[in-house]
Design a protein around this ligand. Structure first.
Ligand code: ADP
Ligand code: MG
Length: 376
């Protein structure tokens, strides 16, 4: 690429409960990258799912999230202009992305949750043949669905809590039988979650049958796939993984929640939650965490980044993997960047590395022969 700037597209926002978090992340990345080496094009996915591309935003570096959300871009023959004067690229038309594709070298999708880190945006970027940061379609999809992720962990032999996966229809068609099964296999207290959410949305602890019914009803509002887990009284430890086929891990961090569990309020409003970096745990625990995290990353065929979350039952010295987040919170004050900061990799260096990893993975994929006739 020589002295030419890397043209970096940032897709942010999205139709998810983590919309605001995504805005903060996009803003942080734009502020952190070296303007001499990057030319940034923000691509905003509005709450209604429509797309807005704004070249103008890159130069302005708005101080406030509102400014970022409301900035309008300069007209471009490939995009439609809405009545508000903004460039509107309907999300249902991936073809619009092909035109953006000619203006960027690599995309950093920082959209969390369903329609963001679940492989849908990644699939669109694959169709557009654009290099992008982070996990591909499969790792994103598996990492988003807690039930599928647990199935993969089980197959890989990773230590995890006992769980029961079920469909909403199973619950709705046979409530008593479903609760009998959960009581038999897990008992109380248990944790009920929608399989595809994130940010603790729809997650509830149940201490008896009545609470279980309520928790299942709540989770069923968010997803048709549900997961119930055995409750573990444990410390919550997290580690960052960075790389493609070869990877490094960060230091281990701990989330110390004042509330009963690490819920949405605690996560994003910082209500009484403290982060300990590095976590004060014995070396054999941090070693095991690094080892299991790499295995989980490989099992999902991860690339770029992932934050891998664990439960450590200190009393019995037992470690359980909880989940892999393929698009973890990524502001400078989020766990993942802070874990690497503590490992000696700054926020802007982290972005540099992730962009390079995305470009490398794309290049590696171009080696694949798509037409058998090419062999002859
Ligand atoms: N099996 C469990 N035992 C004890 N606490 C749990 C369990 N599962 C989840 N939690 C608590 O709920 C929080 C959110 O659950 P998690 O599975 O991480 O969902 P999310 O994808 O929303 O982060 C965890 O950080 C933890 O505090
Ligand atoms: Mg979690």
């Amino acid at each position: 690429m020589g002295n030419e700037k890397i043209r970096l597209g940032i897709i942010y926002g999205g139709k998810s409960s983590e919309h605001e978090v995504s805005l903060r992340t996009a803003l942080s990345i734009m502020k952190a990258v070296d303007a001499n080496r990057y030319e940034v094009t923000p691509i905003y996915v509005q709450l209604d799912g429509s797309w807005v591309k704004g070249d103008a935003i890159a130069g302005q570096l708005p101080e406030r999230i509102d400014a970022l959300r409301l900035s309008s871009g300069s007209p471009d023959e490939n995009t439609e202009i809405s009545s508000t004067g903004r460039q509107m690229i309907p999300s249902s038309k991936p073809a619009s992305l092909f035109s953006i594709g000619q203006q960027v070298d690599v995309i950093f999708p920082v959209v969390h949750g369903p329609n963001g880190e679940d492989g849908t945006i990644q699939g669109m970027l694959e169709l557009a043949n654009l290099p992008y940061v982070g996990a591909g379609v499969m790792a994103s999809a598996v990492g988003m669905d807690k039930w599928m992720m647990k199935t993969v962990f089980a197959q890989t032999g990773l230590p995890q809590v006992k769980y029961v996966g079920l469909l909403r229809s199973q619950w709705e068609n046979n409530r008593e039988g479903t609760m009998d099964r959960i009581e038999h296999e897990l008992g109380y207290p248990c944790f009920v979650k929608p399989a595809n959410m994130g940010s603790s949305v729809g997650v509830n602890k149940a201490k008896n049958r009545e609470e279980l019914a309520t928790a299942l009803n709540v989770a069923a509002k968010f997803d048709r796939r549900l997961i119930v887990e055995e409750f573990v009284s444990a410390r919550e430890l997290e580690i960052g993984v960075l790389g493609n086929e070869e990877m490094i891990t960060s230091v281990v961090g701990e989330i110390i929640a004042a509330k009963e569990f690490y819920d949405y309020e605690a996560k994003y409003k910082g209500a009484g939650t403290e982060l300990a970096i590095p976590a004060m745990v014995p070396e054999h625990v941090s070693e095991q965490i690094a080892d299991v995290a790499k295995k989980a990353f490989q099992a999902l065929d991860g690339s770029g980044l992932s934050r891998v979350d664990f439960f450590w039952d200190e009393k019995n010295d037992k470690l359980y993997i909880n989940e892999v987040n393929t698009m973890p919170g990524f502001t400078p004050f989020s766990m993942y960047p802070m874990l690497f900061q503590a490992a000696g990799i700054s926020y802007s260096e982290l972005i540099d590395r992730l962009v390079q990893l995305g470009i490398e993975r794309h290049a590696d994929k171009q080696r694949n022969i798509v037409d058998a006739e090419e062999l002859e």
